[in-house]
Design a protein around this ligand. Structure first.
Ligand code: GLU
Length: 551
């Protein structure tokens, strides 16, 4: 047997398949022209980063809008970082954002013909490729210990040259297969390295979908492709998986740009077609005037769970991320009066490649728009689910009278210009708690924000008169009554009259309504007062007027 074959056999006796067999097992996909196969490939570290959600969303959108396939691949080869059980969390969190893979790893069984989709289940696939690379002399077992590698690094530091395992510094690169066989048989620990034919004095190029042509130093490092635990490194797994899963576009974070020459080197050595690369921008944060990546350690906004815990609708975060992805989205949403990102034609080519600054105000803006547009039943369910998980008191209120709460949520739903008070579900209860009589009593027990120019007597007299207000009438009729009460107490009957000579009146017409608002709601701002009064009903309104009158 030729020594390379013998070495390959000694290392991987259990591997019987060949690359050709894998090619047949995972044939090129039959997809329409332009359809993209994308993937999201997180590591199960127990944390869904906002930047990862962004990547997942872009990957799935590109696949969906091109009529392609979106895969979910679990990259669990770094066993030290893997958090058991977090694969399900990841999948659940993505599902909360409506991001569900067409194909991929699911804890209770893979879906799709290009799996397995969990890297730790693919060891034999990686080994099949490596076995063949070893036969061809394109990969080799390396016996360096961490101390040996340190030694090499020191020499390179002294010589002030590029660090790494390459060329003459790749100590075990030129051992003969016979020598390797002898060491393996003697029980020396090994890893497998890829034998690069590159030269870092030369340049290599690729066209990034977002950034255009990128030119970098060629790779000449003999990178580790199989670790001593029998699992591949990221570099090798990326090349093998994206080839055999027939990925057409690799959407991944921009931090992978510097390693791309390694991947190009391996794709070419294997004679495989290089997929398109789209390196997505990082989401940034301003920190003391400096831009930096959102940090898992320092920033609460780095965790997707933060937004869900705060009660942002998943849809709102997606809409916000879409506005980062394509800067024309915001204008589109205004022109089309729609925040439905599925209707928006996303263009990955138009993506900005400067990392966007995470902007809470912008998120709040989009979230208000999303919440205000939610159909009542959907909003009710979402708020109730949120309250059950995060706000016990609020949940109990809802349960005490769901129909009453629905009426509260429904205020201004049909209005052309509704108030947009809720940016997140946790904003709701503090704003609407005055609807519940015992909460109102607490509010009314404290100082209320009446205009200090109005005397106690004036307010008391107005309360008495407001008790006669009609219920079950349209807003105009009701407002006519408010006007009458106002006029009786010296308020102007129209804004025009008031503007002509403010000094002739106690206040404007809206000031008169404002007195009623403060009395009923405890605040100078609220949703439509007529609707509020209608929900509270005659008895509760009169009770409140009495309380204020006798304060
Ligand atoms: N597991 C890698 C990461 O989490 C995936 C990068 C890629 O998408 O290729 O960064």
């Amino acid at each position: 047997m030729n020594p390379n074959d013998e070495l390959a056999e000694l290392l991987f006796p259990e591997i019987k398949e060949t690359i050709e067999d894998l090619e047949a097992r995972f044939p090129p996909r039959q997809l329409p022209e332009g359809a993209q196969v994308t993937r999201f490939a997180p590591s199960p570290t127990g944390f869904l980063h906002t930047g990862s959600l962004f990547t997942a969303m872009i990957s799935s959108t590109v696949a969906k809008q091109s009529g392609g396939v979106y895969c979910f691949r679990l990259e669990d080869t770094d066993t030290k970082r893997t958090v058991t059980g977090s694969d399900q969390d990841l999948i659940d969190q993505l599902a909360a954002f409506g991001i569900v893979a067409d194909e991929g790893y699911f804890p209770n069984g893979d879906k799709g013909a290009y799996g397995p989709y969990r890297q730790s289940d693919r060891a034999s696939i990686y080994k099949t490729v490596i076995k063949e690379l070893i036969r061809e002399g394109k990969a080799y077992p390396d016996f360096c210990t961490p101390e040996d590698l340190d030694q090499i690094r020191k020499i390179q530091e002294e010589k002030k040259i590029l660090p790494g395992y390459y060329g003459e510094y790749a100590r075990d690169r030129n051992l003969t297969s016979e020598e390797r066989i002898a060491r393996i048989k003697a029980g020396t620990p090994w890893v497998i390295r890829y034998r690069s034919n590159g030269d870092h004095e030369r340049k290599t190029k690729f066209t990034d979908v977002i950034r255009g042509e990128i030119e970098l130093q060629e790779n000449d490092t003999d990178v580790v492709i199989l670790k001593s635990d029998g699992l591949p490194t990221y570099h090798f797994a990326h090349v093998v998986d994206d080839h055999f899963m027939r990925t057409t576009m690799v959407t991944r974070g921009e931090e992978w740009i510097p390693s791309t020459p390694i991947h190009l080197d391996m794709f070419r050595a294997l004679g495989w077609k290089v997929p398109k690369y789209a390196h997505l921008p990082s989401i940034m944060k301003l920190d003391n005037g400096n831009r930096r990546k959102l940090s898992k350690r320092k920033d609460k906004e780095a965790a997707v769970s933060y937004f869900l815990d705060q009660g942002y609708p998943a849809e709102a975060l997606k809409v916000y991320l879409m506005s980062i992805a394509n800067s024309n989205f915001e204008e589109w949403s205004i022109t089309n009066k729609s925040f439905d990102i599925d209707k928006f034609k996303f263009s990955i080519k138009k993506m900005s490649f400067d990392g966007a600054l995470f902007d809470m105000d912008k998120l709040n803006y989009f979230s208000r728009e999303v919440i205000v547009r939610m159909p009542l039943e959907e909003e009710f369910e979402a708020v109730y689910e949120y309250a059950k998980a995060h706000e016990e008191v609020f949940a109990k209120r809802i349960e005490s009278d769901p129909i009453y709460f629905k009426r509260i949520l429904n205020i201004e739903k049909d209005s052309k210009n509704p108030r947009k008070d809720y940016a997140k579900y946790s904003d709701i209860y503090p704003i609407i708690r005055y609807f519940y009589p015992d909460e109102y009593d607490k509010i009314a027990a404290s100082e209320l924000p009446f205009n200090p120019a109005y005397s106690k007597e004036l307010i008391a007299a107005m309360m008495e008169d407001f008790k006669g207000m009609p219920f079950g009438v349209d807003e105009n009729t009701w407002f006519g009554f408010i006007k009458e009460v106002g006029a009786k107490h010296g308020f102007a009957s129209s804004n025009k009259d008031y503007k002509t000579d403010p000094s002739a009146f106690v206040g404007s017409l809206s000031d008169a309504a404002g007195v009623l608002r403060v009395a009923i709601v405890g605040s100078t701002l609220s949703h439509n007062l007529h609707e509020i009064l209608d929900i509270l009903g005659h008895d509760e309104v009169v009770r409140r007027l009495e309380i204020i009158k006798s304060k």
